[in-house]
Design a protein around this ligand. Structure first.
Ligand code: GLC
Length: 481
């Protein structure tokens, strides 16, 4: 039996701000339990719902030095769906309404979390062979592991993995403060270690010190070795390219299942979607106050409304999009600029545009189930999960060819009748507009071919099975099996 500890700042069902939480919550469920004991550790935020707090049990507590500070560390545990979770408790750091707040506070918060995780290990009656870190909030952990913790027998030989879900967020703050809060020697703050461009950089520390680095798609693993996607760390990514690979994420096939989904009224599969899927569309049109017409081409967007998602392309040609024979359904929150954009167009074209500027899980399922196409023109996309959810529900993705979008959506070829979606290459609003029009024309004029594509998309396998196997292979390789 090999023991793997997944460390992350968010994880479903406890707390979620993005796809990271889905991945960390789902992966352990799909790892072979006869060969690996995968457990998860995360902060015990105040914002975790009460019903989950009730399932946590006190495990232990102690006091820990963090630089000149001395802090309380509580450890709670819980078992949910057969997975063991540990939660690090400290009311001073984790009492906010959200997991993240001001970066200068988060910098200290996650230094504390990383050190607390390592300090708690000997008290868990369990010894991990691998510590699997995720994103910048866990970047200091591989550094600590090689530093002070390397001295003890307990820690010697533990391997670490750093998984990058988004290279854009690195956890950057000035060196002096980080030295102080992290309690690390000035030795670490040079440009071959934690320092990048004069500041301290948590993610960089993780990438330099981890035994292996992964990202969430093969294309993104290549892209981040180039300046355009490298976020200033492309040189480092190239330097570590022999210990870098991409493993695409899966989605939870129980949660996202058009045959059983509790949020949709008319269930369907790849053989009966022709009659049933559009009944959901009618219901959604009624619910959103759009023109009720099951023949209308309906395009969905479920997204954080940020620059990463390519929404300035949508902004640029939204008038032209609205002039097409289609309906646009948006769900999500984010930058004011985009929230206002979509609110305005909903007001301007009530029968054609619906903008729900909030997040609602039930509504997202209805959109995946009811729309004909799903728009995701990302500037960059490490993996992307919603295109996978869309395809599972026979909703054809329209994407830009980047990162995980490129790896999971096969472009439609009308001559050979292959593909599962539509894609364009350049970050260009008119290229996107043309691709939307191409999808729209295919939908209206070549319905047989469209439906065949829906069938193909629904029959692709994006469950966790394949991805979990790849992580298992990586775990084995690191441990020398
Ligand atoms: C981040 C990325 C997204 C990825 C997710 C989970 O949110 O932006 O592309 O799917 O992490 O790995």
């Amino acid at each position: 039996m090999k023991n793997v500890l997944l460390v992350a700042s968010e994880c479903v069902p406890f707390i979620k701000t993005g796809g990271l939480a889905d991945v960390v919550g789902e992966l352990p469920k799909y790892i072979d339990k006869t060969r690996y004991d995968v457990r998860v550790i995360l902060p015990n935020y105040k914002a975790i719902p009460g019903n989950l707090k009730e399932q946590m049990k006190y495990h232990t507590h102690f006091y820990m030095d963090l630089g000149w500070r001395r802090q309380y560390v509580g450890i709670l545990d819980a078992e949910i769906d057969g997975v063991k979770f540990y939660l690090v408790d400290n009311e001073y750091y984790f009492n906010g309404e959200k997991p993240y707040g001001n970066i200068y506070e988060d910098i200290e918060k996650f230094a504390f979390f990383n050190r607390a995780v390592l300090s708690a290990l000997p008290l868990l009656d369990w010894h991990p062979d691998i510590i699997h870190c995720n994103d910048w909030q866990t970047g200091l952990l591989p550094v600590y592991l090689k530093d002070s913790f390397n001295a003890g027998d307990f820690y010697r030989g533990i391997k670490s993995i750093m998984t990058i879900h988004n290279l854009k967020f690195q956890g950057i703050w000035n060196k002096k403060t980080v030295m102080d809060v992290a309690g690390l020697d000035p030795y670490y703050f040079t440009s071959d270690k934690l320092e990048a461009y004069g500041d301290a950089n948590y993610l960089k520390g993780g990438i330099v010190y981890a035994d292996y680095v992964t990202t969430v798609s093969e294309s993104y693993a290549k892209e981040i070795q180039m300046p355009f996607y490298g976020e200033g760390l492309d040189g480092l990514m190239r330097a570590r390219s022999n210990c870098l690979c991409g493993i695409v994420n899966g989605i939870d096939y129980n949660e996202y299942n058009p045959e059983t989904d509790k949020f949709i009224k008319y269930h369907f599969n790849s053989s009966n979607f022709r009659t049933n899927k559009k009944k959901n569309k009618v219901l959604l049109q009624e619910e959103l106050g759009l023109e009720v017409n099951d023949k209308k081409f309906m395009v969905g967007i479920v997204s954080r409304l940020t620059d990463q998602k390519g929404l300035d392309l949508v902004d640029c040609v939204i008038e032209q999009i609205c002039a097409e024979n289609l309906q646009l359904v948006i769900l999500g929150t984010g930058e004011q600029r985009y929230e206002n954009l979509f609110r305005h167009y909903e007001w301007k074209y009530k029968d054609r545009v619906s903008a729900s500027i909030y997040y609602n899980n039930e509504r997202s399922h209805k959109i995946y189930a009811s729309c004909d196409a799903f728009l995701m023109p990302s500037l960059f996309e490490p993996c992307g999960l919603s295109q996978l959810m869309s395809m599972r529900y026979g909703t054809i993705p329209i994407v830009r060819e980047t990162g995980g979008l490129k790896d999971t959506v096969e472009p439609f070829n009308e001559y050979e009748n292959t593909g599962t979606g539509f894609s364009f290459m350049n970050y260009n609003a008119h290229e996107m507009l043309n691709t939307i029009r191409y999808a729209e024309n295919t939908f209206y004029d070549k319905r047989r071919q469209w439906n065949k594509m829906v069938e193909r998309a629904m029959n692709r396998d994006f469950s966790w099975k394949n991805s979990a196997e790849k992580y298992q292979e990586l775990y084995d390789r690191l441990l020398g099996y």
